[in-house]
Design a binder for this molecule. Structure first.
Ligand code: ADP
Ligand code: ZN
Length: 529
């Protein structure tokens, strides 16, 4: 309820961060919010847990007036309102559980324009008294939650919902957004008809993108791996290659150009004219590879993007989903390919540590990163994990790397014990912390200069891990991080124990690990094999 305006993506994003504390929109949210902020009607079908509430709460905050939310869930109103108030949103409700005095207070606050959100039970709207009350205030948006309750043949039918068709006649200028999680296409049509939502835009946010093949591989020789993927599977295709830094965008674009691809760089540091030109070429010409930071892609609607590559680990699953979602809008088979390694994790931790914002923000960022790591190291179907993150369930998809070639697992308990006890020795006997490189050298018994300098060759754990290769040890480190059995901190990516580490060291916990593919998928060698 701050200001009336045409949709300003920065403003809605600002509210998302500042009020709700979220970094990015969930799939579908931004389009819906922009549409409603601009004054359009919307019918939203989104899975439970998909994030429907923000779709009306943010427009209510951004548009002038109070957002009126019609919800049948009287028992939940108090909780919803309490949660909003804790965020500083001026929300209140009117329902039969309140005494007269409280109701008067709420009504007065509404009329005075002091509410951002007002929750109402549907039966209220049948009364002329409520209609007159609403006339005396200013309304930013009507949100009709659990909209399937208007469907007469549905199992949740509520006669009071039928009266909601009149909202539009009495307040023709107020946008309406109807939301539900459970509508079949037939119910969907019935909702539109009964609520008089003929002009509404329909938003159906199922999160699955079945034509996208998800693949996540350990990053060994990224350029060779990338070249293998592009030459082997996507010659002549349009695609996007995301890199974390501007420097790696430039270098990767040069590398691909030198190898015969039409590859263009895109990042915020480029001259705006060049950026616009590169974007135009990507949209217009066939087979252009855009090498970009995540600054690229918002609002880009190119249907035939055949691959989205991440050469660095995205910082959250939301980001990963959003970026990979730019592949295959035309529904044809497309590839989402991500290569990641230990240095990515260290880099992200560092960025989180030095980021502005408070501890809550940092902890949230760390949790996002952990979820992303867990997706990378899962032995289950990637799609199942991805959808589960957004609250949807699914069956193994048959179109992701773990479904197509199920990774074998091995009992890594002893390896984990060795690694963790090396960390323990350093941390507790020497009061030292080191990164993965030094730990692996110690386990492999390598008398490097740094090992000798710190007398790490005299540790009891020196040379106890020669049964694994360096690459395998790095895989162990990554997976222990993903499982929360090890943590990385500080500028140099030093490894430290977590509370859960003790269970492994105390032999109370078994550690199953994923065996990395012998050859990185996407490399020419892997294709030949
Ligand atoms: P629904 O009503 O669709 O079932 P909710 O609106 O209750 O879903 O949201 C489900 C959960 O997702 C809530 O915990 C909410 O805070 C969270 N959520 C919603 N949008 C986002 C977002 N953009 N980023 C992170 N979390 C979100
Ligand atoms: Zn799968």
């Amino acid at each position: 309820a701050i200001a009336a305006a045409a949709p300003d993506p920065d403003e809605t994003r600002h509210v998302l961060r500042r009020v709700f504390g979220y970094e990015s929109f969930r799939p579908g949210q931004q389009e819906i919010i922009d549409h409603v902020v601009a004054g359009g009607d919307a019918l939203v079908l989104m899975p439970t847990g998909g994030g429907k509430s923000l779709c009306y709460q943010i427009p209510a905050l951004v548009r002038k007036g109070t957002g009126v939310v019609i919800s049948p869930l009287i028992a939940l109103m108090q909780d919803q309102v309490d949660a909003l108030r804790a965020l500083g949103v001026r929300a209140w409700f009117l329902n039969s559980t309140q005494d007269m005095e409280e109701q008067r207070l709420v009504e007065a606050a509404f009329v005075a324009g002091e509410l951002d959100l007002l929750y109402l039970a549907p039966e209220r709207l049948r009364t002329e008294a409520t209609a007159r009350l609403l006339d005396r205030g200013s309304i930013s948006v009507f949100a009709i939650d659990e909209a399937h309750c208007v469907a007469q043949w549905g199992h949740d039918f509520r006669p009071d919902y039928l009266a909601l068709s009149a909202l539009h006649e009495r307040w023709p200028d107020v946008p309406r957004i109807a939301l539900t999680a459970t509508a079949t296409p037939a119910t969907h049509a019935e909702i539109a008809e009964r609520l008089n939502l003929g002009r509404a835009r329909h938003f159906v946010a199922g999160f699955d993108r079945p034509n996208i093949q998800y693949r996540i591989v350990p990053k060994n020789e990224p350029r060779r791996q990338l070249l293998g993927l592009l030459r082997g599977e996507h010659a002549g295709d349009a695609g996007i290659v995301y890199c974390l830094s501007r420097a790696s965008v430039e270098k990767t674009a040069e590398f691909l150009s030198a190898n015969g691809f039409t590859a263009l760089p895109y990042h915020a540091g480029l001259d705006p004219a060049i950026r616009a030109d590169n974007q135009a070429r990507f949209l217009r010409e066939d087979g252009v590879v855009m090498v970009a930071t995540i600054a690229f892609g918002m609002g880009i609607d190119k249907p035939d993007v055949r691959f989205v590559v991440h050469l660095d680990l995205p910082k959250s699953i939301e980001g990963y989903y959003q970026e990979t979602g730019r592949a295959g809008r035309d529904g044809l088979p497309s590839t989402a390919w991500l290569a990641y390694g230990l240095p990515d994790v260290v880099q992200h931790r560092k960025l989180i540590d030095i980021s502005e914002g408070d501890d809550v923000h940092r902890r949230r960022s760390a949790a996002h990163l952990d979820a992303m790591l867990a997706l990378c190291e899962t032995v289950e179907c990637r799609r199942v994990r991805l959808l589960a993150y957004f609250g949807q369930s699914g069956e193994p998809c048959g179109n992701c790397d773990t479904c197509l070639s199920p990774p074998s697992t091995w009992d890594g308990t002893v390896a984990a014990q060795k690694l963790l006890s090396a960390v323990y020795r350093l941390q507790h006997e020497r009061r030292q912390k080191f990164g993965a490189g030094q730990l692996v050298d110690i386990l492999l018994g390598r008398s490097t200069a740094k090992v000798v300098q710190h007398r790490h060759d005299s540790l009891t754990v020196f040379g106890i891990g020669t049964e694994l290769t360096e690459r395998e040890w790095r895989g162990v480190v990554r997976q222990l991080l993903a499982q929360g059995l090890l943590a990385v901190e500080g500028d140099y990516g030093t490894l430290v124990l977590t509370e859960a580490s003790a269970e492994v060291l105390g032999r109370r916990r078994q550690v199953m690990l994923r065996r990395d593919p012998a050859r990185p998928a996407g490399s020419p060698a892997a294709k030949a094999a």
